[in-house]
Design a protein. Structure first.
Length: 598
């Protein structure tokens, strides 16, 4: 029996328009009432996703078309959240690959598409943004085919269906010259080319956990696809853990997906995606199955963390002045709560009750957590990100990443030179003839710490950078990330215009006049390799003589703003980042070594 269901994932490079296309599909399927106010980028549900224009967490939605339920999974496009991509592809039977008509498949497309092809999925290709096209959109299709062949796609996958259209314009068509003002061709293509899910409602239940959520009222919520059987609320089922241990419990809440909402349901059968409450100990990859005859599905592997940093209680002179949650217990509880849903994260206790070792997939992954916590009112400190080493075959090994860069031609030389100092090895170089070049490197994860900021400066903000984990390899030589020393304050007080002006020739500053500083706080970068300690709180001694020219004509250079991401990349091994809801401050770890008043 063919089930009236289609499960499809939308995958694409960052900024190629997948979230916008989901908005249009929801609109045209009648999911929203005519008078209902609809947010833009409805699938990017948290503030950080909206601000950054990226999808961080996978999300489920569902639309009905011709009485068939189409479950849509919107997946992240950034490699730091690649673990999300791999898991959700296991929930679906097909995928919609979106490529920009002008750019074609980009480096991140390679990462996600490889995972989809390995799972045997046959993508539908949607060439997006043809209303803004500068090139022949058929060129994008040719590039996709080349990429399919390169990634080892079989003959059936290479014979992929494709459409042209615009998510923003809300239309799809078989050929660019066709007339269309809606997405009906895309809906029909999904029904025609995505197979219905395979599963037998009469067999014993098998539901694999692919995503975790958390509710204050329900506790841990697991989301997954029912491979076989039927699940009913209130009945007892078994959870088969990774180690084979079996935990039995009743389903306290069962929910399906309609539009953007989860709706309560009494039962659900094979092929559907559901959210289930009742198993507080469930983790990614484990199986909820029949209590009488437990049959586990093969485990899903989750990408291991490659970077680690220490989260600690704020002990600076300004501690507790700007945050709402400042104690070690509050920071610990928040980190443990994050573990309920963030499966690529690891949190370990340390010898000190005020310090926690937090490991993640990359600087962006950890940076998102830090930014989320500070917006919630938390105040804490973090150390420099460090790579996680492993012992393999008797050798100490470190993680290596595949780094893909898309950048203007004029920045190629300087970027290659910069990566050479970070022990990167070039794998590929391809110019598109339109002023841009794609570079591929294999680089130690250590070499990427602090590189993003350099890359943005070298490409003047026009470069695109993506990386994904390759494997662990023997450690390469030492990598020097920062060549200049820092400028530190030796006094606590308020920075003055006079002091900053007199020290301008020593480097550049991260602060402006009237900024409150303390001893050991890093306020700028020295133009020499050594650290420099200065007093920026001195004010000019007033006399009864007026200098000709007047101070009002003097202007300071604009300070370099230290965003959270830039500060995380910048700090050294003997430095800390002080995080509060209002400020991000850099400081020396051991303030006692800084000169000044004793």
């Amino acid at each position: 029996m063919s089930l009236p269901i289609r499960n499809i994932a939308i995958i694409a490079h960052v900024d190629h328009g997948k979230t916008t296309l989901v908005d249009a599909l929801l609109q045209q399927s009648g999911t929203f009432r005519e008078n209902e106010e609809v947010p833009i980028c409805v699938m990017d549900s948290n503030d950080l996703e909206r601000e950054r224009g990226i999808t961080i967490l996978s999300k489920n939605t569902a639309v009905r078309y011709n009485d068939i339920l189409i479950n849509i999974v919107d997946t992240p496009g950034h490699a730091d959240f690649g673990g999300e991509v791999e898991r959700v592809l296991g929930m679906v039977d097909g995928c919609l690959l979106i490529v920009d008509a002008n750019e074609g498949p980009m480096p991140q497309t390679r990462f996600v598409l490889k995972k989809a092809l390995e799972k045997g999925l046959r993508p539908i290709v949607f060439v997006n943004k043809i209303d803004r096209v500068r090139l022949d959109p058929h060129v994008a299709i040719d590039k996709v085919l080349d990429l399919f062949i390169e990634l080892g796609a079989d003959d059936d996958q290479c014979d992929f269906p494709y459409l042209f259209g615009s998510g923003l314009g809300g239309f799809a068509k078989d050929q660019p010259e066709d007339e269309s003002d809606n997405l009906i061709p895309l809906f029909n293509s999904i029904l025609r080319h995505v197979p219905p899910p395979v599963g037998d409602p009469e067999k014993p239940l098998q539901l694999q956990v692919t995503t975790l959520d958390y509710s204050e009222y329900l506790g841990r919520i697991v989301i997954g696809r029912i491979n076989n059987g039927t699940i009913k609320i209130g009945q007892q089922y078994a959870l088969v853990k990774e180690d084979g241990k079996i935990i039995k419990n009743k389903i306290s809440k069962l929910m399906g997906f309609e539009g953007l909402n989860r709706v309560d349901i009494e039962s659900c059968s094979a092929g559907n995606l559901v959210a289930v409450a009742g198993f507080a100990d469930a983790n990614i990859g484990e199986t909820i199955t029949c209590a009488d005859d437990p049959q586990a599905l093969p485990m899903i592997k989750v990408d291991e963390p490659t970077l680690q940093m220490t989260f600690m209680v704020n002990d600076s002179p300004f501690a507790g002045k700007e945050g709402k949650f400042v104690t070690s217990r509050q920071v610990r509880d928040r980190l443990m709560r994050e573990l309920q849903t963030n499966v690529a994260l690891r949190v370990d206790e340390t010898d000190s009750p005020d310090r926690f070792a937090v490991a993640g997939r990359g600087e962006l992954h950890l940076g998102i957590l830090i930014e989320t916590m500070r917006r919630e009112g938390y105040e804490f400190q973090v150390s420099q990100p460090q790579v996680i080493y492993r012992e393999l075959a008797g050798k100490k090994c470190e993680p290596f990443e595949l780094l893909a860069l898309d950048l203007p031609d004029e920045a190629v030389g300087s970027v290659i030179e910069k990566l050479g100092t970070r022990k990167a090895e070039m794998q590929n170089m391809e110019a598109n003839g339109l002023g841009r070049t794609v570079l591929e490197f294999v680089v130690p994860a250590r070499g990427l710490i602090g590189f993003r900021g350099d890359f943005i400066r070298l490409t003047r903000g026009e470069g695109i950078m993506n990386h994904s984990f390759v494997d662990y390899r023997p450690i390469v030589g030492e990598i020097q990330a920062r060549y200049n020393g820092v400028i530190m304050s030796v006094e606590e007080g308020t920075a003055t215009f006079y002091s900053l002006m007199n020290a301008e020739d020593r480097g550049f500053f991260f602060i402006k006049p009237s900024t409150k500083v303390y001893k050991g706080m890093i306020i700028g970068e020295h133009n020499r390799p050594q650290d420099l300690e200065i007093n920026v709180c001195k004010s000019k001694q007033l006399t009864n003589h007026r200098a000709s020219g007047g101070e009002e004509t003097v202007q300071l250079k604009a300070p370099q703003e230290m965003s959270l991401e830039r500060a995380l990349e910048y700090i050294g091994s003997d430095e800390l980042l002080e995080i509060t809801p209002l400020s991000v401050r850099l400081r020396k770890m051991d303030r006692k070594k800084v000169a000044g008043k004793r």
